[in-house]
Design a protein around this ligand. Structure first.
Ligand code: ADP
Length: 607
């Protein structure tokens, strides 16, 4: 058994010249990556500070060098979500006990106040000696990641080298000869561990996508242009790609998806558009190292009502238990407990929470532990696991794990909020959003928009409720508890401000139609924004794809940047229509002479 960097050194010795990571024209071979990480590790070791190292580098080959250098030092890396506000980031850095910060941006005041040394991994210095890779024990922590916690504080999960090396050893990852995997997931989420370390430990090439956003047309170009063989898409993104442009995935050998329920229909569409693609449903909480089980759907006829989450990966043990920890009979629903390979050490610095979730494994000998997932599952007649929902009120919002209790706790920390309740609303199109209800403290009248802004200073955007409704008091049940079901419907976003402005131009009309079709709403006043009307990052992907299908180019960044539908329509540029599958029937918008010239030159340069 070895550490991640030791296993990687073994790979490097076998194929030193093979490309390990590529970002645009910048490529590093396995040997170059190893040497660059040695140099950076030598620089970092000069600080003589022991403890985790925060990483806040934009995605480039230096990012990978940074992560590997931290591992070689024998420390855990702590990827920081750039979406966190400076205050939340500082809180996380403190909670995780970070001692050094690797960053390529200007430090915020909150970062500076922590007094940490800040190092830019891009300043590659000559010198440095190969690090003694045998120095670090396999049970040392490799990374720390945070996830939503109902107590109101995020949980910090510590994953060891052994956990990652065990994951990568599953034979399903190494079967491909020429493995090329896109690294596009945010580093703060463990899908990036799959994209990065599982690929490198299996001798493949990691291709980095440097931007935070990836639209479906670009994804399609990357898949063919870079000859990718495997990709990970969170279930929501996978479903959006399947609905809008399933051909985007043609050419891939494997598409891994999961993180949330994978719709059967989406798998069918992807396989119909790209015969031979193996769609793999990967299931697993961060606490059990990316994936605990998987199910490859090679034959679309083999399933009907749901896509199974499959069988445990190599060395993983999956138990379906009742409340007394007795195994439930086949076909019945129980809670999934996960033991064996991949189970984390626990929540760092949070022993009570660890004891609650990481319990003794009575089926696997002295000292072993299993993780109580909170997921309900059953073993089907096909002898594989099927997901059957949650045992608590944790939900996934756009692929992010959310405990509504964390948001309630954050609201209750405000002195002008006496009571708070947060519920999850699901729209007709399956989009989940949070709705908050608050009873103000005596004599206070906090404004909903202002409360949302205050929450945004502490929480990542996916934890900020879309609506906040102040109430005089909460409805209660017969025994005096909050009656969640009796809470009123949350206000419809955007409606309050809606002036009902109708489209003035044909292009505005087209964009209003696209927004209506993507969000499944009745009307879209053009003086309102896509997000005000209930859009999110996944429906934004669909909007961009549908606009491209109608011959209008907008970027995801445009959707985020422009305040209203009218401005978005103005920013759109004519493009050759993307061959999407779900363009609503809308009249084409005539082009003016300049626009016609643009399309012609685009078509010309493509020929
Ligand atoms: P991930 O990175 O896999 O999303 P998280 O720790 O954020 O991991 O979330 C784990 C939870 O997400 C699981 O406990 C389960 O509720 C849900 N989940 C993960 N994968 C799947 C899947 N393939 N099908 C259904 N639910 C899933």
């Amino acid at each position: 058994m070895s550490t991640i960097h030791e296993a990687l050194r073994a790979r490097t010795n076998r194929t030193p010249g093979a490309i390990a990571v590529a970002c645009g024209d910048h490529e590093l071979s396995y040997a170059e990556l190893d040497a660059a990480a040695d140099r950076l590790a030598a620089r970092l070791l000069r600080f003589e500070r022991t403890g985790p190292v925060g990483v806040l580098h934009r995605r480039s080959v230096y990012h990978v060098v940074a992560l590997l250098a931290v591992l070689k030092m024998g420390e855990a890396y702590v990827p920081i979500d750039p979406r966190l506000s400076p205050a939340a980031r500082a809180e996380f850095l403190r909670d995780a006990g970070v001692r050094i910060l690797l960053s390529d941006g200007a430090p915020s005041d909150a970062d500076a106040a922590l007094g940490l040394p800040i190092v830019d991994a891009r300043a590659d210095e000559a010198g440095g000696v190969p690090v003694d890779v045998g120095r670090v024990p396999p049970d040392a922590l490799a990374y720390l990641m945070r996830t939503s916690g109902s107590s109101g504080r995020p949980k910090v999960i510590g994953i060891s080298h052994r956990n990652v090396v065990d994951l990568a050893a599953d034979p399903c990852f190494g079967a491909e000869e020429k493995l090329r995997v896109l690294l596009h997931s945010a580093e703060a989420f463990d899908a990036s561990v799959f994209e990065l370390w599982v690929t490198l430990l299996n001798g493949g090439q990691v291709v980095l996508w440097p931007e935070p956003e990836l639209d479906i047309a670009t994804l399609s170009r990357l898949v063919t242009g870079l000859q990718l063989t495997r990709i990970w898409l969170t279930a929501g993104v996978f479903a959006a790609v399947a609905a809008e442009h399933p051909k985007a995935l043609r050419g891939l050998r494997e598409v891994w998806t999961g993180g949330d329920v994978v719709p059967v229909d989406a798998v069918r569409r992807v396989q119909a558009a790209g015969p031979g693609i193996s769609v793999v449903n990967g299931y697993g909480p961060t606490e059990t190292t990316v994936f605990a089980t998987s199910h490859a759907v090679d034959d679309p006829v083999g399933f009907t009502s749901d896509v199974p989450i499959g069988r445990p990966l190599l060395g993983v043990r999956a138990y379906v238990l009742d409340d007394n920890l007795w195994p439930v009979p086949q076909g019945q629903i129980g809670e999934l407990y996960i033991g064996g390979a991949g189970v984390a050490r626990g929540y760092e610095g949070q022993p009570a929470m660890t004891a609650e979730r990481f319990v003794a494994d009575p089926f696997n000998g002295e000292g072993s532990r299993m993780y109580r997932s909170g997921d309900l599952v059953r073993v089907g007649a096909d002898a594989v696991l099927h997901f059957a929902g949650r045992a608590d009120d944790q939900v996934k919002i756009r692929g992010f794990r959310v405990e509504p209790g964390e948001v309630e706790a954050a609201l209750l920390r405000f002195p002008d909020v006496a009571r708070a309740a947060v519920t999850v609303r699901e729209s007709g199109t399956g989009q989940r959003t949070l709705a908050a209800y608050v009873v103000p403290a005596e004599g206070c009248a906090p404004e909903p928009a202002e409360l949302r802004a205050r929450l945004g200073a502490h929480l990542p955007d996916y934890l900020v409720p879309e609506t906040v409704l102040p109430m005089v008091s909460f409805p209660v049940t017969a025994n005096g508890k909050l009656d969640r079901r009796a809470l009123p419907d949350p206000p419809v976003p955007g409606r309050a401000r809606g002036s009902g402005t109708t489209p003035g131009t044909r292009r505005e009309e087209l964009f209003a139609g696209l927004v209506i079709s993507v969000l499944g709403i009745a009307e879209a006043p053009v003086d309102q924004g896509f997000f005000e009307l209930g859009g999110d990052s996944i429906s934004a992907l669909r909007l961009v794809a549908r606009a491209a299908g109608a011959g209008w180019g907008i970027t995801l960044r445009d959707v985020f940047a422009w305040g209203t539908i009218s401005e978005l329509a103005k920013a759109a540029r004519p493009v050759r229509p993307l061959e999407t599958t779900a363009v609503p029937e809308l009249e084409p918008v005539p082009l003016d002479d300049d626009e016609l010239a643009m399309v012609q030159s685009e078509l010309g340069s493509d020929a």
